[in-house]
Ligand binder design. Structure first.
Ligand code: 9UX
Length: 68
């Protein structure tokens, strides 16, 4: 499970946009974005480069915070 801090989400629709973007990354199985904690939880069946996930989030207009 990969956890990423997502920045810039302000409504439930943002959550859907980020979830959809991350689900489209090859290797990703499940994505759950929590607007309250501003975290994305990602499960994958293959190793995924963090940079690819960051790019997917940025491409839809949000950003990923520094790894906690
Ligand atoms: Mo909601 Mo999010 O109206 O970028 S979709 S703020």
């Amino acid at each position: 499970m990969i956890s990423l801090p997502i920045e810039g989400m302000t409504c439930a629709s943002c959550v859907g946009t980020v979830e959809r973007a991350l689900r489209a990354v090859p290797g990703v199985d499940e994505v759950s974005v929590n607007i309250a904690t501003e975290k994305a939880s990602i499960s994958a069946h293959a190793p995924i480069d963090r940079d690819v996930l960051v790019k997917a989030v940025e491409d839809v207009g949000y950003s990923v915070g520094a790894a906690p």
